[in-house]
Design a protein around this ligand. Structure first.
Ligand code: NI
Length: 256
């Protein structure tokens, strides 16, 4: 049984097909999904999905791309949404210096403030970090986010960065890029990271694994990530599936 810890099933690219996409996921053994919000609209949509499907949970937060839009209304609403019983995390939040759609100082401030929301509500955080490894780690340290813990989603850093993440008690989530033929850094990270600190995800509709690279991603494909981790770590697929699912349930405090 598989836990896709990072999906965006409410994305427009799934419009009108949600039920089929979810049915395919269940057929492939996906038994838990966190649908991740990244602004108020998608936080609300994630909660609506979680209300409709037992095995789907939601997270709420503001993506660094949109940090510039964090107004007073946002801060009021995020608290309300985060109190929903099926919201299991604050995210995705963090820093994106690659696209830099919001000024870096604004991204940092909004990231810090959302970590404080997570700590107020005792929820773990889902971190998006692109080309901002050192600032992300500094803020996680300075805000003492280890108190609530969390995950670095779609991890793309080096083993040196991964080691710092692990020392902070955070999980590393692995997505489709680990299956790519030219994958190097993430393969090394998977090799060296204990299975007890790994999560798996699709980030669908993005980051589609081999052999469907280039097409739309969906939760059913998270099995390709689990298969690749099993191959890299020379353990069974079943062990990867079971342990990464337990890890996710521990992090997101899901008790079934
Ligand atoms: Ni995402």
């Amino acid at each position: 049984m598989l836990f896709d810890t990072h999906a965006h099933i409410d994305d427009n690219r799934f419009a009108g097909e949600t039920d089929q996409v979810i049915a395919r996921a269940q057929k492939e053994g996906v038994s838990l999904i966190v649908n991740v919000g990244y602004d108020l609209l998608h936080a609300g949509q994630s909660i609506a999905l979680a209300e409709k499907y037992d095995f789907i949970y939601a997270s709420v937060g503001l993506h660094p791309h949109d940090a510039k839009d964090a107004d007073e209304k946002f801060w009021q609403e995020i608290y309300k949404l985060a109190n929903h019983p099926k919201v299991v995390a604050i995210g995705e939040i963090g820093l994106d210096y690659y696209y830099e759609n919001s000024p870096r100082d604004v991204q940092r401030e909004v990231f810090r403030r959302q970590i404080r929301v997570a700590k107020d509500l005792n929820l773990p955080i889902i971190i998006h970090n692109r080309d901002a490894h050192q600032d992300t780690l500094s803020i996680v340290r300075e805000e003492n986010a280890s108190l609530v813990g969390g995950v670095f989603h779609a991890f793309s850093g080096s083993w040196e960065t991964a080691r710092e993440v692990l020392n902070l008690g955070f999980y590393i989530s692995v997505g489709g890029p680990v299956t790519f033929k030219n994958a190097r850094k993430i393969v090394e990270v998977v090799e060296k990271t204990p299975l007890s600190s790994l999560l798996i995800e699709t980030d669908c509709p993005y980051l589609t694994p081999h052999p469907y690279r280039g097409q739309r991603n969906e939760p059913a494909y998270v099995r390709f990530v689990a298969e690749k981790i099993a191959e890299i770590k020379k353990i069974s697929y079943e062990e990867v599936a079971a342990v990464t699912k337990e890890n996710g349930m521990r992090l997101f405090k899901i008790n079934l």
